[in-house]
Design a protein around this ligand. Structure first.
Ligand SMILES: NC(=O)c1ccc[n+]([C@@H]2O[C@H](COP(=O)([O-])OP(=O)(O)OC[C@H]3O[C@@H](n4cnc5c(N)ncnc54)[C@H](OP(=O)(O)O)[C@@H]3O)[C@@H](O)[C@H]2O)c1
Length: 357
């Protein structure tokens, strides 16, 4: 029986499932996938649709959606403060989110699975620029090890399911992402959202100074989340190998430069005071992007341009907390998480910056 032409197109286009679609990276990724493959072929889900801590719900998700390709972004992430207080929750939840999705994807006959691993999965002793070959050279940063090692099981799973089930699973390592839809809560945020919020609120209160932990000398590699998302179609269509790939800008920015730039873009006119008695964390942590570039990919958005977009989105949504802006910490799970001090958020950013989420 002949098919109408558009039905044949739909049959030839893989159905793509994105877990964690309501999160930071998911919100950047969904429009990119939909503009490429069409709204009907791209299904984004969150915990409100399927709780992937539950194996039965995970199985149901695959039975209902019947995807050929999966981008598994769902994770339980937070800042260093939350990681210190809830390491067992970070381990348990991320382990289950990884285990359930690999298993059920394989049983459901999924053809391609993209799995992002955070940069904090690299050993704490990794030497910058950190290339993918350093992955198993040591233990990760202790504060977020429960999170990062639970996530890192995905690397083992990718190889195991590739070998046993022929699941084309691909592990990518986004660097220190920043951008619209990031988490700006004091307990869960990384350095870019933490600084944007600090300077924005200091400007609103007309504070004379903003105190930041450390010397500001550590160097990090920041990547615009929209750039990371834009590489995912390539991995879905063209990359099928067990070797993980760093996805970052490969550029180096000292925290002191980052703070000065954000202060300027936010329009805060007070002083920055660095508290050098507080720890700095690793002095340099940047990612080697040679493997990414060899694939013809890059993350080209200049830091200033990406920050302008992020700050504009934050400022537009701050007052009413619109468009899903996250200002409250959500990673505590037992109702006992108090508000973290602002400096804890910045302290977390003085630690290896890709440390959580
Ligand atoms: N952010 C970074 O800098 C970074 C860097 C490298 C790698 N990564 C990785 O990239 C992925 C996306 O990170 P992100 O920053 O976008 O995370 P995020 O903003 O924290 O979003 C997490 C997503 O996971 C979903 N989720 C959480 N628990 C779930 C559950 N039990 N069942 C189903 N869905 C659940 C959330 O749904 P609800 O909204 O319903 O809770 C949300 O959509 C993660 O795997 C992370 O490890 C992130």
């Amino acid at each position: 029986m002949s098919q109408p032409e558009n039905d044949i197109d739909a049959m030839n286009t893989p159905r793509i499932l994105v877990t964690g679609a309501t999160g930071f990276l998911g919100r950047h990724l969904l429009p990119i996938l939909r503009s490429r493959w069409g709204d009907a072929q791209v299904v984004g889900v969150s915990s409100a649709d399927y709780n992937l801590l539950d194996a039965a719900q995970t199985r149901k998700m695959f039975a209902v959606v019947q995807p050929q390709w999966v981008v598994h972004l769902a994770a339980y992430a937070g800042g260093i403060g939350a990681n210190r207080r809830y390491p067992a929750d970070f381990f348990h939840r991320n382990a289950l989110l990884t285990v359930h999705v690999f298993q059920e994807a394989a049983l459901a006959g999924v053809r391609k699975l993209i799995y992002p691993l955070p940069g904090c999965a690299y050993p704490a002793s990794a030497i910058s620029p950190i290339d993918e070959g350093q992955m198993w050279n040591g233990f990760p940063q202790a504060e977020s090890a429960a999170y990062s090692l639970a996530k890192k099981q995905g690397l083992v799973a990718a190889q195991a399911y590739r070998q046993q089930y022929g699941l084309a699973s691909v592990v990518v390592l986004p660097g220190n992402m920043y951008g619209e839809y990031d988490n700006f809560s004091q307990g869960d945020s990384h350095v870019v959202p933490a600084l944007i919020r600090r300077f924005h609120e200091a400007r609103r209160r007309d504070d004379a100074e903003v105190a930041l932990w450390g010397t500001g000398q550590p160097v990090r590699d920041f990547v615009y989340a929209g750039d990371v998302a834009a590489t995912i179609p390539y991995f879905l269509e063209n990359y099928d190998a067990a070797e993980p790939v760093n996805i970052s800008s490969g550029t180096s920015t000292a925290i002191v430069e980052l703070a000065a730039l954000i202060k300027h873009l936010v329009g805060y006119t007070g002083r920055i005071v660095w508290d050098a008695t507080k720890p700095d964390g690793q002095s340099v942590k940047v990612f080697d992007v040679a493997r990414l570039q060899a694939l013809g990919l890059s993350c080209p958005t200049p830091l200033e341009a990406g920050l302008r977009r992020t700050i504009a989105w934050f400022a537009a949504n701050y007052r009413e907390q619109t468009d899903g802006l996250r200002l409250e910490e959500t990673s505590g799970t037992n109702g006992t998480n108090g508000q973290l001090l602002a400096h804890e958020a910045l302290f977390s950013n003085s630690q290896p910056l890709a440390s959580s989420s």
